[in-house]
Write a protein that binds this ligand. Structure first.
Ligand SMILES: Nc1ncnc2c1ncn2[C@@H]1O[C@H](COP(=O)(O)OP(=O)(O)OP(=O)(O)O)[C@@H](O)[C@H]1O
Ligand SMILES: [Mg+2]
Length: 246
């Protein structure tokens, strides 16, 4: 029996005349970190938006834990354990950390929010997984890009995600912050969660990935176990797709 967590089969999507996805097969194993790579416009974001029900495929099928699924919205996907973290939309800037942590899943007692409890859990859970914040009441606006990513990842872990999707989590981060995000990704895997890590930069994902998938103009052009490919080879494939001679 096939034991993949997710199987996307023959996914096609057009936006007007743009063929964003031209029949893509994409699988994610259990406890697997998959690096999803490709140049601008390759179809990476569209593929995961279809997976989580943010966009509708024109054709194709999706299986989650062996069952055929169709998510109408990211909320439905989230209820099944699929969490997505977007680069800029990961958190609500004007709200404090604890509000962000529980956003849409607030703890209530009777008619009231359990504010103190939510603050306490936020602070303690973050600490437990090695993310030190000054206070859960701090507004997210004042955090660095790496800290925001870390909190979004922690939130997904706390709420028991089975699959974590990170769309360009390291695009705007320094080398040090990128390293920290990669450490969190490894920790997520240790908890038994699978991860899709979207990036342009093979060096941001190579260290933690089990498998690397390359899209080019809506077509999957590579699907490698990490042992079978070097970062230089992947770079070459992405650059060729972009028409750059290397
Ligand atoms: N909502 C939309 N309406 C029209 N065209 C779209 C839409 N979303 C994506 N596209 C087009 O589909 C193609 C794939 O876009 P997608 O965002 O999936 O690429 P990507 O690989 O995530 O690129 P990037 O690395 O720049 O984020 C592009 O040509 C893009 O312009
Ligand atoms: Mg994208």
């Amino acid at each position: 029996m096939n034991n993949n967590l997710v199987e996307m089969k023959n996914i096609k999507k057009n936006f007007g005349k743009v063929q964003a996805l031209r029949g893509v097969d994409f699988n994610i194993g259990r406890r697997e970190i998959v690096g999803l790579l490709g140049d601008n416009g390759a179809g990476k974001s569209t593929l995961i938006k279809i997976l989580v029900g943010y966009e509708k495929a024109d054709e194709g099928e999706i299986y989650f834990e062996g069952k055929k699924v169709f998510f109408n919205s990211p909320k439905e996907a989230r209820e099944m354990g699929i969490e997505t973290v977007y680069q800029d939309l990961a958190l609500v800037n004007l709200l404090p950390i604890w509000r962000n942590f529980f956003l849409g899943r607030e703890l209530v007692k009777g008619a009231f929010l359990s504010i103190d409890e939510m603050k306490k859990i936020t602070y303690e859970y973050l600490k437990e997984i090695g993310i030190f914040i000054r206070s859960p009441e701090e507004t997210v606006f004042f955090l660095s890009g790496g800290e925001r990513q870390a909190i979004a990842i922690a939130r997904a872990m706390y709420f028991g995600a089975k699959l974590l999707i990170l769309d360009e989590p390291t695009a705007a981060l320094s080398v040090g912050e990128t390293k920290k995000v990669l450490e969190h990704v490894m920790r997520v895997k240790e908890k038994g969660v699978s991860v899709i890590f979207i990036t342009h930069n093979i060096y941001h994902v190579y260290e933690v990935a089990d498998r690397l998938v390359i899209l080019e103009k809506g077509v999957k052009v590579g699907d490698f176990k990490k042992e079978d490919v070097t970062p230089q080879e992947i770079m070459g494939m992405i650059a060729r797709a972009a028409g750059v001679i290397v």
